[in-house]
Design a protein around this ligand. Structure first.
Ligand code: BGC
Length: 932
């Protein structure tokens, strides 16, 4: 393959290892079982010591890696501990008879856990004779299109796992439970009485391809753990207030309103928390002292609370890092507030024993404002700071904090309510329902839980849309203006776009994919100049690829896999994450990918969301800062990143239809806040909408989401794309969704429909209604022109605009076999002429092609997929063992598509054509070859 496609970027994996070690969260370590000492004898239990998870499944995990390091390899590489080889051998033999179960390889088919090897007392006793410490590995995965379940093998331990813990703790005094999991799991097993209590528990998460090395660094003390929980761990899944309404197919009531995670627990139910938000131990100890905080710019809009903090490593053996967290308790006022909210944080550098670091954390007062969606404060649709005292706390978790004096007072006092931002009603619910509110304060500082009525929609969406239609300008036809002229400042974008006909623009709205031959093999989409005519105007076709944890190139090109989102946020170290994603940006550039389809930053509303592993936290500040860091990093590396899934993608089950019924306040203060922070703290220029509807309006055709808030309020200047094969409903009326309502999508200012099949943009294979709506007045040409301007302005800043590849994609050249392979001489040989039609319907069958003179063929194949509607399936077509094209699509509901595959250069000779099934579900019919 030309270029350096599939070659991981130098130094990236090493950096990812550093990050993976920084995110491990030590939640218990009695008697200092960790770190292991030199030559300590360690017995490792649990099959995931070998089948160590590096990521979750689906688009956020499907990275082809050159290698992956498991726990055992990591521990061996450390050279520090003596592993119990006999026990390891027993596991290896058992695994050879009970291989990893991938569920058959289909989309969302992999089980959450793997069968565990049953343990006998004698095996454990024997292991304990030779080893003094034990590690028990508990492994889980999770992924797209499937939620976790409050069941054994998912959120809970299986009986075999519980039995493993029972048996190992019977024989070992010192046990470490290592959780190789995508997110928090039920921890009730820790409360059980064991013969020897479990001393140490560490959340290692999924650390990417260097995960085994990274966690070995932590276990052996090369790295002192410094990760902190980005979610609250409650005693029971029922304790999370969203659990009650979780999992319905059609509607999810966000009754808990703004009381998600610690905002709920600290306000209403502190006793239900087992490990609090922000918590995580170290091998050393720290003191955190806040000298008196000051108020800066007191008379101005950008008032800051300036907190000088001194952190000291008070231990005497280990160096380590600490995370200083600032929480604020705002006055209850008329709106009601969470007891505490994270308002700032900062991680120290590595502090040697006795070493101190001074740091300052600035908290902007405006960031503490609440959104009044009902008008109860007298300021409807405004962010307000209610009158009263704002108290500040500093510490290393939401619980372990000290109260901070502010300029000699117990808090920052506002004499009267202040309006921070005047906005307008947007995304408000229509349906009436009750939402949680704090009642009377209890003696322990928490509040009684009461309910109030949600504020419902009072304004007309129709009026808002129709009054704000963008200018339409006359279509001029080709005036010889190229997109390069716009980039060079010689022409303006309006004159450029005015040249395009309505048909050209309707085509451009259709992104094509997956595995489009115009772009890097095995990636998610090509969009922009997808037709020759658009291309001739100088509009390039850009390439986007999944996903957050590394570049997904189906078909087999390698990439570096980094730790999952859960682990990244547990580092609480934005600059470290930013630095790592600079490598990602460079690797994307090397692979000619223009846009990474990540980070995912939906709020972790409930631990059962299957996709939590890609996301960051139950807290919007931590979420937004992490996402901003990733975008800045990818962009500094030369590429672009996509903030997804905008918004409220809180549930995977029925994600393409389940409606979030949620207050405007919760939407703004929680579910959009991470996106807002990310956009305001980076140059983010790409957003992907979610599959699901919010208060009746599908995200892809949601005007308030994509226009009122994203662009008008936040000033976002980039592009918005749908999720793959997303659906929309009527932009004004709501109603039933389908793939056809692109007019509503365009009107909402979601610029791109992702995706029609490859070569489908000119023929409208989805039957979208853009052209029809222009004719019947449901869409103006100005709206379409505005979206095309968004796309073209974006493309000017993508790497492909510099690269200027030829239209038609690259020609992949193959070396022939000079003679017909012996074993094939009696079989069918197809001699190719100017054109060829070959039946490729039976996977696994090899076909011999005879080429008589050198030729370049354009290849197309008829494909269909019997997989469910948005499940993805992938197959490679091989020529002499090399990939000639990757076929990839979602379930097609029985329809057949002719898919452009690639352009191949063949010399005289013989070629073996074969199919390689990478995931089940795709069915093929004929392959068509046409000399170029
Ligand atoms: C996922 C997206 C992903 C897209 C392309 C969808 O199933 O929800 O996050 O980027 O596929 O792979």
């Amino acid at each position: 393959m030309e270029n350096k496609f599939g070659v991981p970027y130098e130094g990236f994996a090493e950096f990812a290892r550093k990050v993976a070690a920084q995110g491990a969260v030590l939640i218990q370590n009695e008697g200092s079982v960790l770190p292991f000492q030199e030559k300590e004898k360690v017995a490792v239990f649990g099959r995931c010591q070998i089948d160590y998870y590096r990521s979750g499944t689906g688009s956020g995990g499907a990275v082809h890696v050159p290698y992956a390091v498991n726990l055992i390899e990591g521990l061996k590489n450390s050279g520090k501990v003596q592993l119990n080889d006999e026990l390891l051998q027993t596991y290896k033999e058992w695994i050879s008879k009970h291989p990893f179960d991938n569920g058959g390889g289909g989309w969302a088919a992999e089980p959450w856990n793997q069968e565990e090897m049953p343990l006998t007392t004698s095996l454990c006793e024997e292991a304990a004779e030779h080893s003094n410490k034990a590690i028990i590995v508990i492994g889980r995965t999770a992924g797209e299109d499937k939620d976790n379940a409050d069941a054994q093998g998912s959120y809970r331990l299986t009986e075999k796992e519980q039995n493993m813990i029972d048996k190992v703790t019977d024989s070992f005094e010192d046990t470490v439970v290592l959780l190789n999991v995508p997110g928090i799991i039920d921890m009730s097993w820790l409360q059980k009485k064991y013969r020897n209590p479990i001393k140490t528990v560490i959340y290692a998460w999924h650390g990417g391809m260097e995960g085994g090395n990274a966690i070995a660094d932590v276990l052996t003390g090369k790295v002192t753990p410094s990760g902190k929980l980005a979610d609250s761990i409650a005693y029971n899944i029922e304790d999370y207030p969203s659990t009650k309404n979780y999992g319905d197919s059609l509607q999810n009531l966000y009754e808990e309103d703004i009381y998600v995670g610690y905002r709920y627990f600290e306000t209403f139910a502190p006793e239900r928390v087992m490990y609090e938000f922000g918590f995580g131990l170290s091998y050393t100890q720290f003191s955190i002292t806040v000298k008196e905080a000051q108020i800066k710019n007191a008379q101005e809009k950008d008032t800051l609370i300036h907190l000088p903090v001194l952190v000291k490593n008070t231990g005497d053996t280990y160096s380590g890092k600490e995370v200083v967290q600032i929480y604020v308790s705002a006055p209850q006022g008329k709106l009601g507030k969470p007891a505490k909210v994270l308002a700032g944080y900062q991680k120290t550098k590595l502090l040697a024993p006795g070493e101190s670091q001074e740091m300052t954390i600035d908290v902007p007062i405006t960031g503490l404002a609440s959104y009044d969606d009902s008008g109860v404060t007298g300021h409807k649709s405004c962010y307000v700071l209610e009158a009263g005292e704002y108290q500040f706390f500093a510490g290393n978790s939401v619980r372990n904090t000290e109260h901070v004096m502010i300029a000699g007072n117990t808090g920052y006092v506002l004499a009267k309510t202040q309006v921070v931002e005047e906005l307008s009603e947007a995304l408000a619910p229509v349906q009436k329902f009750s939402v949680m509110k704090p009642g009377k304060r209890r003696t322990d500082g928490s509040y009684e839980l009461i309910y109030g009525e949600v504020a419902v929609e009072t304004t007309s969406l129709r009026d808002k849309i129709l009054k704000n239609l963008p200018e339409s300008f006359p279509v001029t036809g080709d005036r010889g203006i190229h997109l390069q002229d716009v980039a060079d400042g010689k022409a303006n974008i309006k004159d450029f776009v005015a040249q395009l006909s309505a048909e050209d623009m309707a085509m451009m709205v259709r992104g094509e994919g997956m595995s489009n031959p115009l772009v890097t093999p095995g990636t998610a989409s090509a969009f922009g100049g997808v037709t020759e005519k658009l291309y001739d105007y100088g509009i390039p076709f850009a390439c986007c690829a999944d996903g957050p944890s590394g570049i997904r190139m189906e078909g087999g090109l390698n990439a570096t896999q980094v730790p999952i989102g859960t682990l990244l946020s547990a580092t609480w170290d934005d600059s470290l994450i930013e630095e790592m994603y600079v490598f990602e940006g460079k690797e994307l550039l090397r692979n000619e990918v223009d846009v990474l389809l990540g980070p995912g930053l939906n709020l972790r509303r409930n631990p059962l969301n299957g996709r939590n592993f890609e996301y960051f936290s139950e807290d919007p500040l931590l979420t937004g800062q992490m996402a901003a860091a990733i975008v800045r990093g990818v962009m500094a590396g030369g590429c672009n990143a996509t903030l997804k899934h905008f918004a409220c993608n809180s549930q995977e089950k029925d994600r393409f239809q389940v409606e979030a019924v949620v207050s405007e306040r919760a939407i703004r203060e929680l579910y959009l806040k991470g996106f807002e922070i990310a956009i305001k703290n980076s140059d983010a220029n790409c957003v992907m909408t979610a599959y699901s509807p919010i208060n009746g309006h599908y995200s892809a055709s949601n005007y308030d989401l994509n226009t009122t808030i994203l662009r008008k309020e936040w000033g976002f200047k980039g592009i918005v794309m749908t999720d793959w094969w997303g659906r929309m409903n009527d932009v004004i009326e709501g109603g039933e969704p389908n793939h056809q309502q692109t007019a509503s999508m365009i009107r909402a200012q979601n610029d791109l429909f992702m995706v029609v099949n490859n070569s489908g943009a000119p023929v409208n294979p989805m039957g979208d209604d853009t052209m029809e709506a222009l004719k019947n007045g449901k869409l103006t040409i100005g709206e379409l022109q505005r979206n095309i301007m968004n796309i073209c302005s974006f493309l000017i800043h993508t790497p492909v605009f510099e690269r200027k590849p030829e239209y038609g994609g690259r020609v992949v050249n193959f070396t022939p076999k000079a003679v017909l392979p012996d074993e094939k001489r009696s079989g069918e040989v197809i001699t190719l002429g100017e054109t060829g039609e070959i039946d490729v319907s039976s996977a696994g069958k090899t076909i011999i092609l005879n080429v008589e003179k050198e030729v370049v063929y354009l290849v197309e194949v008829d494909i269909s997929s019997n997989a469910p509607r948005i499940a993805q399936a992938t197959t490679n077509l091989l020529l002499n063992g090399e990939v000639m094209g990757t076929l990839q699509c979602a379930g097609t509901e029985g329809r057949w598509f002719r898919q452009k595959i690639s352009a191949i250069g063949l010399k005289k000779g013989y070629y073996e054509l074969a199919l390689q099934e990478l995931s089940p579900g795709l069915v093929l019919k004929n392959m068509y070859l046409k000399a170029k």
